[in-house]
Design a protein around this ligand. Structure first.
Ligand code: GTP
Ligand code: MG
Length: 445
């Protein structure tokens, strides 16, 4: 099974298009109805060529980009929405960069609201602008389909383009190691705790013994649903609601992972390959405080640059991420880093080692060599910054003299047995008041 995820600038018509395609309104919160905007992830599904496909609808407003990031981790096809009357806007570019960093393999671009544009030349200009913006991105060459969710024009062509793109995506791998990053938690009277997410790397069956990490909570799968239909087995790549017995709702939050026992373990350090966005306004400095988005999790971290002082815009390099709270990650997981304040997407990459054990001495030749061996490294694009004179701590690590954020976190993890604080969801529930409008009509020059 596969999951399509929307992306695109605020107000460009993502949710309306999802409703037109699926018959399901993805904006489920009262606040979303009142504000007429998506705040948190929405879910729907449709049948394409006899195959059921899940849909995740994300918010476009930049204040809610963290919710967007919790949704795009598990998608394999992007439905990238651009309003024909506005063309490419700031979150068009930011969402595109995020999909590129996550290496979402396929996409279809819906050039929507075409009913608002009478001038064919304007449509042509916007189409050229989109093709130009996509250049060099994972989604370059994705079909651009003009549609109107209001009149229904182009919806059949959009379905056909989505179907064709799905045919090009290999089935999600079944590695026998099921894990489900939690994107929603709720209780249902008579059933108890329910979590939802996109199932990865294996199947879940009713009766399976599972655990939730970080936290190490043990439970059992009491019931499963995909697209509101009861299942005995949930397949990798599908949207799944898991009814858990033995685990309280209060113990769970977005970002934890439900998995077969022993499949994932919490970690406070990740070794990673990283790409800094070309339009980042500064290099990624060693020891910069960042927000890490991995799966559905969001955690504050320090980015320790290995073998260099910093990573300039457009370059790739190696990091050891020192996390304030644990995450459950596996090798190969993709992630995004954002600057906490003022918020901006910095770059992203891939986990090389989810349990590196110790804090690396970042200029030691054997450490650098280890990254060189396990990490992808493209010739000609290197982390700049020479190892000049450095302040060294007692253990010889130049970062050692700085703030021991990860150490504090490590002690907390040891004490709590890997239990994760629910700070992200608390912050979300008290989100800032925001206005509806963002960006005005703009002509392409
Ligand atoms: N005329 C016209 N209006 C549309 C079309 N699609 C969406 N709209 C309108 O555009 C506005 C925004 O649509 P949404 O679907 O909420 O946009 P969105 O991209 O989901 O917005 P966020 O989730 O807040 O990022 C609404 O008033 C819709 O009725 C369309 O094809 N034609
Ligand atoms: Mg929406």
């Amino acid at each position: 099974m596969h999951v399509i995820g929307t992306a695109g600038h605020v107000d460009h018509g993502k949710s309306t298009l999802v409703q037109a395609l699926t018959g399901i309104d993805p904006d489920r919160l009262a606040e979303e109805k009142a504000r007429e905007m998506t705040i948190d992830l929405g879910f729907a599904w449709l049948t394409l060529d006899g195959q059921e496909v899940g849909v995740i609808d994300v918010p476009g407003h930049r204040d809610f980009i963290e919710n967007m990031l919790a949704g795009v981790g598990g998608i394999d096809l992007a439905l990238f929405v651009i309003a024909a009357d506005e063309g490419v806007m700031p979150q068009t570019r930011e969402h595109l960069a995020i999909l590129d960093l996550l290496q979402v393999p396929r996409g279809v671009i819906a050039l929507t609201k075409t009913d608002l544009v009478d001038d064919p030349e304007w449509l042509e200009l916007v189409t050229l602008e989109i093709a130009d913006t996509m250049q060099g991105m994972a989604l370059a060459g994705a079909p651009i389909v003009p549609v109107s969710a209001r009149t229904g024009a182009g919806l059949a062509e959009l379905r056909a383009a989505l179907t064709a793109a799905l045919h090009q995506i290999p089935p999600p791998p079944d590695l026998g190691r099921p894990r489900l990053p939690i994107d929603r938690v709720f209780t249902l009277s008579g059933f108890g705790t329910v979590v939802t997410g996109t199932l990865l790397d294996g199947r879940l069956r009713v009766g399976d013994e599972v655990e939730v990490q970080p936290g190490g909570l043990a439970g059992r799968v009491r019931g499963l649903q995909t697209h509101k239909t009861k299942r005995d087995t949930a397949l990798p790549g599908s949207r799944v609601a898991v009814n858990l017995s033995g685990i309280d709702r209060e113990a769970l939050s977005r970002g934890q992972v439900v998995a077969a026992r022993g499949v994932v373990r919490p970690t406070l350090r990740l070794d990673a390959h990283y790409r800094h966005l070309p339009d980042a306004d500064a290099p990624l400095a060693h020891n910069a405080e960042v927000k890490l988005f991995l799966g559905a999790a969001e955690v504050t971290a320090r980015a320790r640059v290995i073998g260099g002082e910093h990573i300039p815009p457009g370059a790739e390099g190696w990091l050891q991420l020192a996390l304030v709270e644990p995450v459950a990650a596996v090798r190969g997981d993709r992630f995004i880093l954002r600057r906490p304040s003022p918020g901006a997407t910095l770059g992203g990459g891939r986990v090389l080692d989810p349990r590196p054990g110790r804090r690396h001495r970042r200029f030691r030749p054997d450490v650098v060599e280890r990254f060189r061996v396990v990490g992808p490294w493209r010739a000609g694009r290197t982390a700049a910054g020479r190892p000049g004179p450095r302040r060294r701590s007692a253990d010889g690590d130049p970062a050692g003299a700085r703030r021991p954020v990860a150490r504090r976190g490590a002690r907390k993890l040891e004490r709590s047995g890997g239990r994760r604080a629910n700070s992200a969801s608390a912050r979300r529930s008290s989100g800032p008041p925001i206005g509806r409008s963002c960006g005005s009509a703009r002509r392409v020059s």
